[in-house]
Design a protein around this ligand. Structure first.
Ligand code: PBG
Ligand code: ZN
Length: 298
């Protein structure tokens, strides 16, 4: 299991996300406390999202050597070398318009102009010491662009986890509050996939593997278990599933009302994802679930 975290600059900061009980934006020092708890419970790694101090049209905060993500990566590799460090690469947390790429003069995302910027972000994460780069933007050709840029900069050992099968989902709502990344206008249907389409996911996955992806991510997880299973059996590649913010929020909200048993539903939802064939799961429950497994509670 992999724990997602939201890091921002500063010290002593822990800003709870209202729609995700137990999840917070944290400064790097506070994030290290969460990492300590995760490592102690047996979590395999973390995936980092950054909240920059300032946003602009090109998302330049994304490749800042002293950005929150870059600082967090260095701190994690120093303090918890046993944890895998994955960084999410996307523009939406860093752009003032909130889209996952830069915009052209018509206000729509310019796929090809975005590629070198994503590559620049990826190289800065690798330079900080990230083990795995996870592009979540869904631009066409990004895996190839990032792979060449990493290799050219000498980061030949840095792996790429592609969010190849990323659906345009209503389940991302709470994340956009956590990452302050809701698009100011329009939506992401132009670059994320349509829920009704499973074949397209398999095509996207094949393209990304051809461009050099080392592992594949399916997202969301629960409503797309058939996709997890098909991607696993079609490719044999390492396949991860992202149990996203809305899946987490639903379980927490129902449990808060006493309508569901939080611990049991948490485990059942994760077991289902595993049963579908996921080799690893990105989940906000990572620390709690790892702790239960460590203590021998299913
Ligand atoms: C950004 C990104 C999103 C998530 C991960 N990376 C949101 C989006 O596309 O709007 C969602 C994760 C979650 O909901 O937990 N590209
Ligand atoms: Zn994005």
């Amino acid at each position: 299991m992999i724990l997602p975290v939201f890091v921002r600059s500063g010290a002593d900061l822990r800003i709870e996300v209202a729609s995700m009980p137990g999840v917070a934006q944290t400064s790097v020092d506070e994030m290290l406390r969460d990492a300590a708890a995760a490592a102690e419970a047996g979590v395999g790694g973390m995936i980092l999202f950054g909240i920059p101090d300032q946003k602009d049209a090109t998302g330049s905060g994304g490749w800042d050597e002293y950005g929150a993500v870059q600082q967090a990566v260095r701190a994690l590799k120093r303090e918890f070398p046993e944890l895998a460090v994955i960084t999410d690469v996307c523009m939406c947390e860093y752009t003032d318009h909130g889209h996952c790429g830069v915009l052209n003069e018509h206000g729509t995302v310019d796929n090809d102009a975005t590629l070198p910027l994503l590559a620049r972000v990826a190289v800065s994460h690798a330079a900080a010491g990230a083990d795995v780069i996870a592009p979540s933007d869904m631009m066409d050709g990004r895996i190839g662009a990032i792979r060449s840029a990493l290799d050219a900069a000498g980061h030949t050992e840095t792996a790429i986890l592609s969010y190849a099968a990323k659906y345009a989902s209503a389940y991302y709502g709470p994340f956009r509050e956590a990452a302050e990344s809701a698009p100011r206008s329009g939506d992401r249907h132009g670059y994320q996939m349509d829920a009704a389409n499973a074949e397209e996911a398999l095509r996207e996955v094949a393209l990304d593997i051809g461009e050099g992806a080392d592992a594949i991510l399916v997202k969301p997880a629960g409503p797309y278990l058939d996709v997890v299973q098909r991607v696993k059996s079609a490719t044999g590649y390492p396949v991860g599933a992202y149990q996203v913010s809305g899946e987490y929020a639903m379980i927490c909200a129902a449990a808060d009302r006493g309508w569901l048993d939080r611990e049991r539903v948490m485990m059942e939802s994760l077991v289902g994802i595993r049963r579908a064939g996921a080799d690893f799961i990105i989940t906000y429950f990572a620390t709690a679930a790892a702790r239960r497994l460590r203590d021998g509670l299913a």
